[in-house]
Write a protein that binds this ligand. Structure first.
Ligand code: IMP
Length: 202
C-alpha cells in the first residue's frame, strides 16, 4: 500500500482524452496521474483481439511491465481498456471501439442505428493496475442510450452520441468534464481504484 506522500500512478495510454479525464478525477482525490510515455518514451503495446475488456487491459499492462523492467519499482502502473456496447448491435463495437471509431466514427454508428427504436447502450472501462506486487482489475460501467444525432463538443470518442441514463438528457459531449466524471464508466472504475489506494495500511 502506498503511504500518503507518494500517491502517484503512471498511466500508459495513447488517448489524451482518457488521460485528461482520469488525471482530473484522481487529482480531486489526492492522487497524481502521470503519463508513462513522457517518463519512458518508446513503449510499444499491441492491442490483443480479446472479447473481455479486463483481459485486454491486463495483456497490455503485462506488455508494459515487461518493457519497463524494474525502473519504476516504487510506482503503481495503470492501463485502461474501454469501449461502447450497443444492445441492438449485439454489443458492437465493444472491444473494437477504437478501431471502429477511427474508421466510421460516431456518424457511422448513427447510420448503423438508422431506424432502430431500442437504443440502449453502455460504456465499460476496465483498469489493470500493477501495485508493486500484483495486478489488480477495476471495472466501471455507464448505462445510456444512443442519441438520434451528435450533440456537443466536449469529451472524446463516442461522447457526442451517448446520453447517460442518469443524466439530464444531454450527451456526454454537452457536459463539462466535471459533470461527465459524476456519471462515467471511467470515473466509476477510478473511484473504486482510489478507494482501494487510500485504505490506510494496518
Ligand atoms: P481503447 O480502450 O484504447 O481500446 O479505446 C476505447 C475506445 O472506446 C476509444 O477510442 C473511444 O472511441 C471509445 N471510448 C471509451 N471510453 C470513452 C468515453 O468515455 N467517451 C467516448 N468514447 C469512449
Amino acid at each position: 500500500m502506498l503511504d500518503s506522500t507518494s500517491k502517484r500512478i503512471l498511466f500508459h495510454t495513447g488517448n489524451k482524452g482518457k488521460f485528461l479525464e482520469a488525471s482530473e478525477l484522481m487529482m480531486s482525490r489526492g492522487i497524481r496521474l502521470e503519463l508513462l510515455s513522457v517518463l519512458k518514451p518508446g513503449i510499444r503495446v499491441i492491442e490483443p483481439q480479446m472479447n473481455a475488456f479486463n483481459e485486454v487491459a491486463t495483456s497490455k499492462l503485462r506488455q508494459v511491465l515487461e518493457q519497463i523492467g524494474d525502473e519504476f519499482d516504487d510506482d503503481w502502473i495503470m492501463v485502461e481498456d474501454s469501449g461502447l456496447l450497443i444492445d441492438e448491435l449485439g454489443g458492437f463495437p465493444g472491444p473494437y471501439s477504437s478501431y471502429v471509431y477511427s474508421r466510421i466514427g460516431p456518424n457511422g454508428i448513427l447510420r448503423l442505428m438508422d431506424g432502430v427504436g431500442t437504443r440502449n447502450a453502455r460504456y465499460t472501462a476496465s483498469l489493470s493496475v500493477w501495485n508493486g506486487s500484483e495486478i489488480q482489475s477495476f471495472e466501471g460501467f455507464c448505462e445510456g442510450i444512443i442519441a438520434l444525432e451528435p450533440k456537443g463538443d466536449q469529451g472524446f470518442g463516442y461522447d457526442p452520441i451517448f446520453i447517460p441514463i442518469e443524466g439530464d438528457g444531454r450527451t456526454f459531449s454537452e457536459m463539462t468534464k466535471f459533470e461527465k466524471s459524476r456519471l462515467s464508466h471511467r470515473a466509476n472504475a477510478l473511484n473504486i481504484l482510489s478507494d482501494a489506494m487510500l485504505v490506510p495500511s494496518i
